[in-house]
Design a protein around this ligand. Structure first.
Ligand code: KG4
Ligand code: ZN
Length: 360
């Protein structure tokens, strides 16, 4: 299965083989990020992203085929992210996949990017359904019970910004580079006075598993603007405070979701998966590990290269779908929005997934 990804700011292609026993082998993979192109703007610029994807997608597909020593005719099928994401970017992978499917006479699988993230831990090890998933990226922050392919129940999501956006926007306020998450993590290591800034506890004591980050961004802006002569040490201390507040909030809300998961599925194995770019953050991982450990949950986080956007997870989702006979026609649409749990999204449309975010 060839998988193609271009829904945000990474152009990616990968080839996986799914064995008869369901085991997955990644045969080739490549990712080109666009950080340098977006850095001057402090966020992803949709038009720049779309053009860069369109210029590189076909070449990258050819590259992974060559790396794996395969030609298009050797493939069983081709999968592409068909949404959700920046629509101009989504089209690049989907149209390339349609061309390959038509040219090589193979099946097309239109993959939901979020399902790719949800299944990503299965790229590197055996993980049985159901499990609880915390998906934390630049465009999404949600908690899902993953029961199977195409079977996910949303327990909560952000009511404003995504966690990655909170990192990116506060980094921008402090004059740290883009993407903000890694920049904040680096800066926070130098904090001399980690308790210097007190930031608010979001949704403290509120029921449910939703998230909110807008208040944190405002508080960080106020703290930064209130400094007379902001310097490196202030930057390090505030980065530490922001990272701690985001990690604590993610852990607290995820703790609630673990309680719900246990109530609903008492016999299930207790696994919490953290996926998405923010799951790369060590402070976030430690906070989640502590919360999981207290409830007898095992925290599984994919390796960093499968936490951030990649095409192996799209090829994997495609391969799992193909194994179930789930393929798509060449009229499969590119979608800017595509909730994994349509029922939950219909019940709480305002609690979408980073709808004001860079990927909206
Ligand atoms: O999953 P991803 O690569 O793309 C999306 O689908 O959004 O996630 C990108 C997001 C960005 O907001 C970035 O700042 C954040 O993940 N991120 C991090 C770290 N690495 C990436 N946030 C915190 N700490 C990190 N080390
Ligand atoms: Zn993603």
């Amino acid at each position: 299965m060839l998988g193609l990804e271009s829904s945000c700011d990474d152009t990616a292609a990968a080839i996986v083989r799914r064995g008869a026993d369901g085991a997955i082998t990644v045969l080739a993979e490549a990712v080109i990020n666009q950080n340098a192109a977006h850095a001057p703007f402090g966020g992803v610029v949709p038009e720049i992203a779309a053009r860069a994807h369109a210029e590189r997608m076909d070449g990258l597909a050819a590259q992974v085929l060559a790396d794996a020593g395969l030609s298009p005719g050797d493939l069983d099928a081709v999968a592409a992210t068909a949404g959700p994401g920046l629509i101009g970017g989504v089209m690049a992978a989907l149209m390339t996949a349609k061309g390959i499917a038509l040219g090589a006479g193979i099946a097309l699988v239109a993959v939901n990017h979020l399902e790719g993230h949800a299944l990503s831990p299965r790229l590197t090890g055996r993980l049985d359904f159901p499990y609880l998933l915390l998906l934390v990226s630049g465009g999404h922050t949600q908690l899902l019970i993953v029961e199977g392919i195409g079977a996910m129940t949303r327990l909560g999501s952000t009511i404003d910004d995504a966690a990655g956006e909170a990192f990116d926007k506060t980094a921008k306020i402090m004059g740290l580079g883009f993407p903000g998450g890694p920049a904040i993590e680096r800066a926070a290591r130098a904090a001399a006075d980690p308790a210097r800034f007190a930031l608010p506890r979001m949704l403290a004591g509120k029921q449910g598993c939703d998230f909110s980050f807008a208040g944190l961004k405002t508080a960080a802006r106020r703290a930064w603007d209130g400094l007379e002569t902001p310097d490196e040490s202030n930057r390090a201390d505030l980065a530490h405070a922001v990272q701690g507040a985001i990690a604590a909030h993610l852990a607290e809300r995820t703790g609630r979701a673990m309680d719900v998961f246990m109530d609903r599925l008492p016999a299930a194995s207790r696994t919490l998966v953290a996926a998405g770019g923010v799951a790369a953050n060590q402070t976030v991982r430690s906070a989640l590990t502590a919360e999981a450990g207290a409830r007898g949950f095992n925290l599984v986080a994919p390796p960093l290269k499968y936490c951030t956007d990649n095409a192996a997870m799209i090829a994997l989702a495609g391969a799992e779908r193909l194994a179930l006979g789930l393929t798509d026609g060449l009229d499969a649409p590119a979608r800017a929005r595509w909730p994994l749990d349509a029922d939950a999204a219909a019940l709480a449309p305002a609690a979408g997934s980073g709808r004001k975010g860079p990927k909206a």
